[in-house]
Every structure is written in C-alpha cells, then in structure tokens.
Design a protein around this ligand. Structure first.
Ligand SMILES: Cc1cc2nc3c(=O)[nH]c(=O)nc-3n(C[C@H](O)[C@H](O)[C@H](O)COP(=O)(O)O)c2cc1C
Length: 197
C-alpha cells in the first residue's frame, strides 16, 4: 500500500517519532528515529535490548505516531504514566495501539530485519494510516543548526570546546538531514570558526 505520509518524508532524513506496539496485555512505547530510502518502506535502527524491539519482532506490526512536539518524545521516554492509548479498528491494522488524541499515525508491518553490531535494522511496509490533517515531522537538523549558529558566535570566548561541539553537531546534521541546506550551512560555520583560529 502506498502511504501519503511516507511520501512526505525526505529520502534518508531521520524523523523522530513515538512507536507503539502491543506487548502482551500492555503497550510498548518509546521514541525512535525513522527514515525512508525510497518513499515506499520505512526503516529504523533499534538497539538490541530495547523492549520495543522485542515486541516488534514478536508482533511484526506496529505504529509510528508522528508527534509534533519534542515534549511528547520526552513523555514517551520518561513519563509513560502521562500516556494513554487507543486501538485502531480499521483494516489490517485493527488491534494495534496508537497514542490517544493522536497526531497522524502510520501502521506498518515488518518485511525485513537485519542484525547489525549492537542493533537491528528494521524495514517495514505501510498497512494503514490515519486521515488526520497534515503531518508535521520532527527532524533534529533545524534546531541543532540554530544552536550551532549561536554557538559559532561564542567560539572566540569558549575555545576548542565550542569547536568540538560544532564538529559533533555537524556530524549529527549530516546524519539526520543529509544534503540539506542545514548541512551546507553548518559546514560553512565550521570553516569560518576554524579559519579564525
Ligand atoms: C528522540 C529520540 C530518538 C531515539 N531514537 C532511537 C533510535 O533510533 N534507536 C534506538 O534504539 N533508540 C532510540 N532512542 C532511545 C530509546 O527511546 C530508549 O532506549 C528507550 O528507553 C527504549 O525504550 P524500551 O526499552 O522500553 O523500548 C531515542 C530516544 C529519543 C529521545
């Protein structure tokens, strides 16, 4: 099934979402990064040992909740007592849990998984998705670039520690938004601050 949500995702960019999946009588949930390489399947790399990964491998089907606010990612990680869930009733996704009062969601089914060092690469296909409104995707590059821009003005005061942080931010931006204007711009910042040394 083609998914309009998947098609709104820029290829290879990583988006931060809340995953929900059945786990026995309860729901496993946590924030994860997901991406698509082709607009057709969804990928995620989950560290071995996470209970969400175990539940996905057991149940095969799970839900991507496209929360808008990073605080919702915090709640899914640290304040699970604040979360409530609903159950999807339609189609092949029937029985899967979603966040209540949910943002747009996409129910997916595992089609492939590959063990890598310390983690498992998952590939999933779309089963069904919510009809609710436009999707506002969270990608870390924008906020991180803004922080880097401010930091670049402090490098002359903070010294190497600030340059090291800019290097780390560049690595993250290149990973979560490869080929983006944020990546180009932060590389320009790095060139500028290291030339000023
Ligand atoms: C924004 C955000 C993104 C995350 N992305 C991933 C990820 O892509 N893969 C992963 O294994 N863990 C990721 N984590 C860490 C997991 O959410 C964390 O290990 C969580 O405790 C797993 O919960 P569980 O063991 O109940 O499944 C991320 C955390 C945050 C806050």
């Amino acid at each position: 099934m083609t998914s309009p949500i998947l098609q709104t995702m820029r290829h290879h960019w990583i988006y931060e979402v809340v995953v929900t999946v059945n786990r026995g009588d309860s729901v496993a949930t946590a924030p994860f990064g997901v991406w698509t390489d082709d607009g057709t399947t969804l990928k995620a790399a989950l560290f071995k040992g996470t209970s969400t990964l175990e539940a996905i491998l057991e149940h095969q089907s799970f839900v991507i909740n496209f929360v808008e606010d990073p605080v919702s990612l915090h709640n899914a990680l640290n304040r699970r007592d604040r979360l409530t869930f609903e159950t999807i009733h339609e189609g092949e996704a029937a029985g899967l849990p979603v966040l209540a009062e949910t943002p747009p969601w996409l129910a997916v089914r595992l089609v492939r998984f590959e063990e890598q060092e310390g983690k498992v690469l998952l590939e999933a296909e779309s089963l069904f998705e919510s009809q609710s409104g436009p999707v506002r995707l969270i990608n870390r590059a924008k906020g991180l670039f803004l922080e880097s821009l401010v930091l670049s003005t402090r490098c002359h005061l903070l010294g190497q520690v600030a340059v090291d942080q800019l290097c780390e931010n560049t690595r993250v931006i290149a990973k979560v938004a490869p080929g983006s204007s944020y990546e180009t711009a932060i590389r320009e910042l790095l060139t500028k601050v290291t030339a000023a040394d």
